[in-house]
Design a protein around this ligand. Structure first.
Ligand SMILES: Nc1ncnc2c1ncn2[C@@H]1O[C@H](COP(=O)(O)OP(=O)(O)O)[C@@H](O)[C@H]1O
Ligand SMILES: [Mg+2]
Length: 276
């Protein structure tokens, strides 16, 4: 039985494509057969994160329109056995026939055929406007919100979670423990009070990861949280980072840092009308 997961954020630059790629690679590393769907019609990027710059002959709308077979459009990642990509069109407006293109293409792929793998997971990297992201998310049964830990990121996530058909889980991305130590940032626990969603993963801001993206390096190797998030998706219990280990480190750091929590606390609670 295939599990369809939609990765969305409402905002560009939250890390959806990078996280989709890394979690997909990690799931494949755990022996799963995984399809990553690039949902950024008109401005695709997932193949760049996956390092698949060659081999794209057809795209999702070609499959939906019957211009090719599923086996022609899917690109296999030879460096990660079990991982495949459904590329987005690069030359269509971002919201043109989105529901039809992706709905039909996924139906064809899931109906299978001789040369089409049977996927354990289909992860859609939902791109474009919040409306486009929600259109794509409606094709999956498990929405996952990527949340940036800043006021605008929290607002975007809070808005989107009310619009998804099913309550999403969340991944907090680009969490900076130095900001946490300085009390500039709510802790993951406080975060969850403001945005009460199950947490699937917490990714720190990470220079190694950023460099791996710039050089086509292995993103999964840079952060164990990719494999841990993949395991949580499989239903395994894996402790979240920053809870409580880093919080202890953070309190040590915080003790050495001038107290400025009052500013942050009043700011975040003004923005969200609650918080600590
Ligand atoms: N945890 C992180 N640490 C460092 N850089 C990150 C992290 N998450 C994302 N990035 C960088 O942020 C940028 C935007 O990420 P991307 O996945 O393209 O966002 P989106 O798909 O949501 O628009 C990329 O350059 C990516 O490498
Ligand atoms: Mg993207």
């Amino acid at each position: 039985m295939t599990q369809r997961i939609a990765v969305l954020s409402g905002r560009g630059g939250a890390g959806k494509s990078l996280l989709t790629c890394g979690i997909g690679e990690a799931l494949a590393g755990l022996g799963k057969t995984v399809l990553l769907v690039d949902g950024s019609q008109g401005l695709r990027s997932l193949e760049l994160y996956m390092g698949l710059t060659e081999g794209i002959l057809y795209t999702c709308p070609d499959l939906a329109a019957g211009k090719c077979r599923a086996a022609d459009v899917l690109v296999e990642d030879e460096n990660h056995p079990g991982l495949w990509l459904l590329p987005a069109a690069q030359n269509l407006p971002s919201d043109k026939d989105l529901k039809e293109n992706y709905g039909k293409a996924l139906e064809i792929i899931q109906n299978g055929g001789e040369d089409v793998p049977s996927f354990d997971f289909i992860l859609t990297d939902c791109g474009g406007s919040p409306e486009s992201q929600l259109t794509l998310a409606a094709l999956s049964e498990r929405p996952v919100l990527v949340v940036l830990p800043d006021p605008a990121g929290l607002r975007a996530a809070d808005k989107l979670r009310k619009l998804t058909a099913k309550e999403p889980e969340m991944i907090i991305n680009r969490f900076d423990s130095r900001d946490l130590a300085k009390h500039l940032l709510p802790s993951p626990g406080e975060f969850q009070e403001m945005l009460p969603l199950p947490v699937l993963g917490i990714f720190e801001e990470n220079d190694g990861l950023r460099r791996a993206v710039l050089t086509g390096g292995d993103v999964v190797r840079e952060m164990p949280e990719f494999a841990n998030t993949a395991k949580r998706l499989l239903g395994q219990t894996v402790p979240l980072p920053l809870l409580p280990g880093l919080l202890e480190d953070a309190s040590v750091l915080a003790a050495q840092t001038p107290e400025i929590s009052g500013k942050r606390e009043s700011f975040w609670s003004r923005v969200f009308g609650r918080g600590k």
